[in-house]
Design a protein around this ligand. Sequence first.
Ligand code: HEM
Length: 443
Amino acid sequence: MEFLAAYDAIPQTDAARRVALLRQHMKDDGPVLLRELRADRPVFATPVGVFVTRMPDVVEVLSTPDVFTVGVYGPVLEEALHGPFMLARDGADVHWHDRAHAQLMLPAEDVLPVRRLTGRLADDALDRAIATARAAGRTTFDYVQEYAAPVAARVAREYLGFTDVAEETLHTLSQRVQRAVFVNPDRDPEVHAAGVAAGKELHDLVAGVIRRRVVGASSRDTARDAAHTAPDVPDDVLGRMLRTALPPGTGRPLDEERINHQLVGFLIGYQQNATQCAATALKELATRPEELARAERLAAEDDTAPFDGYVWEALRFHPFVPTTPRLCVREHVLAAGTPRETRLTPGTVVHAHMASAMFDETVVEDPYAFRPDRTPVHNMVLGHGAHDCVGKYPARAIVCEMVRRVLLRPGVRPLPGSERALDYAGMPYPQHYTVTAGTGASP
Ligand code: HEM
């Protein structure tokens, strides 16, 4: 039976069974379910919120922050970060001020240097993983644990500025916070408490990093305001933040506490995303041998743009953030003037389903075909609208380069026959992915 027929057959009063069926279908075959919803019930009201599945409606929700706020996960995110953060608020006082500051700290000019940094760290991690496998008599290694996660964390240390925090610590703590804030729909108290505790640990670690930098700088030049003008803090994102003074009257002062929230927030927005995207992009390419062969050829070219198109198209089939919830705070008519026009009341949770929107056959041409030259307008892997990814420039460089460095090694590929075998080990994020440890030398 198709999903909607089975769902409608359950009495409306039995909300628990309806929700269980919805979650089961979403887990077992989300794309099929979403295709049915787009066709037959594109704005789908359920006991756990209204699912919005068509591209124009998702765009409308994500572009109207005065109606659809981040109030669903905002309070949890701020509890974990121990202070205000842009992805937890809407409006001028926190969101736009902090976002403007973040955009200055994560500029487009970073793309090339971050790409070079990622390339160096990726090659080094591949060399190490291959050498370790050989020394242990193995012919494979774990792509997530030995490559994607450590490379992402090393980039966080060198580029974002988590200088002396262990990479394992960055990865595991950010995973707990991510899970508690974004993948805990029933607010499981244990998951929540673990996320808040991990956030506190990250906050305190970063407070130490900031203190050491400020004290180090001021002990070399006590006459200077070390927090804002120290000449020798590294040119990483934290160093930039410590050197930056905002003009008076532009909101809260950029003190150490606010810098702490920004930096830890960046890590939460980045570490798991980059790790998972590096794995799922490879998986999607490996399951399409002809596309993989083309991507391999393009990986060797100087102009990386055509190659990058393969990575973003691969991620369209498996985005890190398939759907993002918003809280409707004012009465609003969604999709006004269309057959799916729906009046939404304050207090309604609305799920802007980006993974569905990217396959909206009324907007996206031949959506199930793999087309690396699609317009980026139809790609929502980095979000959309008021809260779209403020780290989009480094994100594009890091994810693409992590995948490219692997494809430059002919012997390092997902285990034949197991290309789809991402192992989640009971977690919301892939924990293991077996790849062959073929040729050793970096190109
Ligand atoms: C590596 C791959 C990345 C992916 C796939 C990704 C994805 C996303 C998505 C989908 C959103 C929108 C979330 C929503 O609407 O609920 C977002 C927002 C955000 N991302 Fe990223 N991101 C990545 C990397 C980064 C990096 C490198 C940074 C910073 C260093 C970052 C910082 C942020 C922040 C701060 C926001 C919230 C912006 C706001 O509230 O206005 N992300 N990201």
